[in-house]
Design a protein around this ligand. Structure first.
Ligand code: BTN
Length: 260
């Protein structure tokens, strides 16, 4: 079976210092979507911490039904299977944790997290996160956290205002190094989150690198588009929007944009 030369288990595992995340690794040249494969393996009893990584995706999925550009030999596309012992309503917090972990792992100037769970650099989107989950009654069976990080891609179609680590730093990066450092931080953060069952221990980190805080933004709220000042997040991961009519609203999901 063909493998991805720079993302084989033998290349990755020596760089990983986790106890379970990435210890089971499926590395494929081409998949429709790593999220789909991870969910299929989850239902076949794959262990917590499974990572599915692909060199390219033929049907990469983005949030809100969008697609995710996934060309070969350039970027990182991977999904992590988690089995948190938490109510289903808490699972969206994991994507916020992942964004914070990625920002910390990349450890570069001008990295920001953008609610709900993007990572931006110098005003452009660097990374997207798409999570899915399965629950039975009020119990979470599993969560899949799918992450796309633009690493060495330099040509973006005009309609995609994205960027990559190569464009921002002027040099090519090792995908294995980036993936390993992200998995290392995600495991630490995930363990802390499982213990606290809340984003409380992460609020300071969020405030330090939040792209939206203090800005006038628009946010989707059901069918409405609200305008107000982004004023942080709650320990449950809701966006706090101080609206211009004086009311404070909590937003659970949706796209956000800085208003010009
Ligand atoms: C977004 O729209 O911002 C989320 C993009 C998430 C893309 C990643 S790439 C790996 C995983 N597999 C997918 O099909 N999507 C996620």
């Amino acid at each position: 079976m063909p493998t991805i030369p720079d993302l084989t288990p033998s290349n990755l595992l020596p760089r990983i210092r986790t106890s379970f995340i990435g210890r089971t690794l499926l590395s494929e040249v081409e998949l429709p979507s790593t999220n789909i494969t991870a969910a299929e393996l989850a239902t076949a009893n794959a262990p917590e911490g499974l990572v599915v990584v692909a060199d390219h995706q033929t049907a990469g999925r983005g949030r809100n039904g969008r697609s995710w550009l996934s060309p070969p030999n350039k970027n990182l596309y991977f999904s992590i299977l988690l089995r948190p012992d938490c109510p289903p309503a808490s699972v969206p917090q994991l994507a916020i944790i992942a964004a914070l972990s990625i920002a910390k792992a990349l450890d570069m100037p001008n990295i920001a997290v953008k609610w709900p769970n993007d990572v931006w650099m110098n005003g452009r989107k660097l990374c997207g996160i798409l999570s899915s989950m399965s629950c039975l009654a009020n119990k979470t069976e599993y969560a899949v956290i799918g992450i796309g990080i633009n690493v060495n891609m330099r040509d973006f179609p005009a309609e995609i205002p994205g960027t990559s680590l190569a464009l921002e730093t002027g040099r090519e990066l090792s995908r294995a190094e980036v993936l390993a450092s992200v998995l290392n931080v995600i495991e630490e953060d995930y363990i802390l989150w499982c213990r606290e069952q809340s984003l409380s221990p992460f609020m300071e980190r969020w405030a330090k690198c939040s792209l939206l805080d203090g800005h006038t933004i628009t946010a989707e709220h059901g069918r409405d588009i609200l305008m107000g000042t982004a004023s942080g997040i709650t320990p449950e991961g809701l966006l706090i929007l101080k609206c211009h009519d004086g009311a404070t609203r909590l937003i659970a999901a949706g796209d956000t944009h800085i208003a010009l």
